[in-house]
Design a protein around this ligand. Structure first.
Ligand SMILES: Cc1cc2nc3c(=O)[nH]c(=O)nc-3n(C[C@H](O)[C@H](O)[C@H](O)COP(=O)(O)OP(=O)(O)OC[C@H]3O[C@@H](n4cnc5c(N)ncnc54)[C@H](O)[C@@H]3O)c2cc1C
Length: 293
């Protein structure tokens, strides 16, 4: 069995990762696989593990900086595992590839509150769980109930959210070599009109504060304890600083943006420069939130 026989047209070769990342950066990968069922994903992982191939899971690629030299391995995109259903009144169950915006709309349509915080985060459910994504006082750990994972030994099981060691923008999923297949969120009954108004308000706040007109991966750095990364970068005089095609956003200094056809090297060099200058001026070590491949 090979990838093509499992996935047909959903097995691509030589796909450019810049077409699958919100930074719009990244070279060719050997295989780009888009399974449409969990079974297909598991069969592909069997091959990857048997043949000891390099692999990387993509949700929506909104927190990934992919190298222009490409990836000499297999990318598995969860894009098509995107069903969303509601059950037992307050639970939403969705596939790992379901978009957070879609889930948040779905919750609103079903008058369920608690997921509004995620409406403007351009990620998938799986990626958001791995990153314990959060915004506006909400984060995945507040609403996550259970996740369905494919474990390293090929077994599928449901885990409780409490087993994931969810912390600030982290979980233990990648360290355990697990893949999120689906998850259940526990929300609360609310009023549809109020939920809708909150979603609109949060989206307005994002449009006002964030450079959504440029490709990026959102906040480039984690929030250092006791500080705000954006403020430190601004105070270091780096607002709008450019290196090649990459720039520190004028609008929000916490965002490194692809200002003008940046290469992955431009972005990496700018990230390094920002870290060095902030450390030199304030003695604070910035840590990257963005994942590099
Ligand atoms: C404009 C913009 C605004 C943003 N705002 C926010 C914000 O407010 N708050 C916030 O927290 N983040 C924000 N982000 C960052 C990003 O959207 C989140 O981290 C998001 O949760 C990543 O989801 P994704 O599906 O894109 O994951 P990817 O970027 O595709 O992947 C992220 C990591 O998760 C892994 N992964 C993805 N899916 C799975 C899976 N099913 N199983 C196992 N591993 C998986 C990947 O291998 C990778 O290591 C923003 C990004 C942008 C571009």
């Amino acid at each position: 069995m090979d990838f093509k026989s499992i996935l047909g047209e959903n097995c691509k070769t030589g796909e450019l990762l810049k077409d699958h990342t919100t930074f719009h950066v990244g070279g060719e990968c050997k295989f780009f696989l888009t399974p449409v069922t969990e079974e297909q994903l598991c069969l592909c992982m069997d091959i990857i593990r048997k043949e000891n191939l390099k692999y990387y899971i993509f949700g929506k690629g909104s927190n990934i900086l992919a190298d222009d030299r490409g990836f000499d391995g297999v990318i598995i995109s969860t894009e098509c595992l995107n069903d969303i259903i509601v059950h037992d009144g307050v639970y939403i169950e969705a596939g790992a590839g379901a978009g957070l915006d879609k889930i948040s709309d779905y919750a609103m349509e079903n008058s369920l509150t608690g997921f509004e915080f995620a409406c403007g985060i351009p990620g998938s459910l799986g990626g958001a769980i791995v990153m314990n994504a959060g915004a506006y006082d909400g984060e995945m750990s507040h609403v996550l109930y259970q996740i369905k994972i494919l474990s390293e030994d090929g077994g599928i099981k449901w885990k409780e959210a409490s087993e994931l060691e969810l912390g600030y923008r982290k979980s233990n999923i990648l360290a355990n070599n697990e893949i999120v297949l689906a998850a259940r969120l526990k929300l609360e009954h609310g009023e549809k009109e109020k939920i809708k108004a909150k979603i609109e308000d949060l989206n307005d706040r994002r449009r006002e504060k964030q450079p959504l007109e440029y490709p990026s991966a959102g906040s480039t750095f984690k929030r250092p304890e006791g500080y705000f990364a954006g403020k430190l970068i601004d105070d270091a005089g780096l607002r709008g600083f450019k290196l090649g095609g990459a720039a520190v956003s004028q609008k929000h200094c916490g965002f490194v943006i692809n200002y003008d056809n940046a290469s992955s090297e431009d972005i990496k060099s700018l990230i390094k420069h920002v870290k060095d200058v902030v450390y030199e001026k304030f003695g604070v070590k910035l840590e990257c939130e963005v994942r590099m491949i």
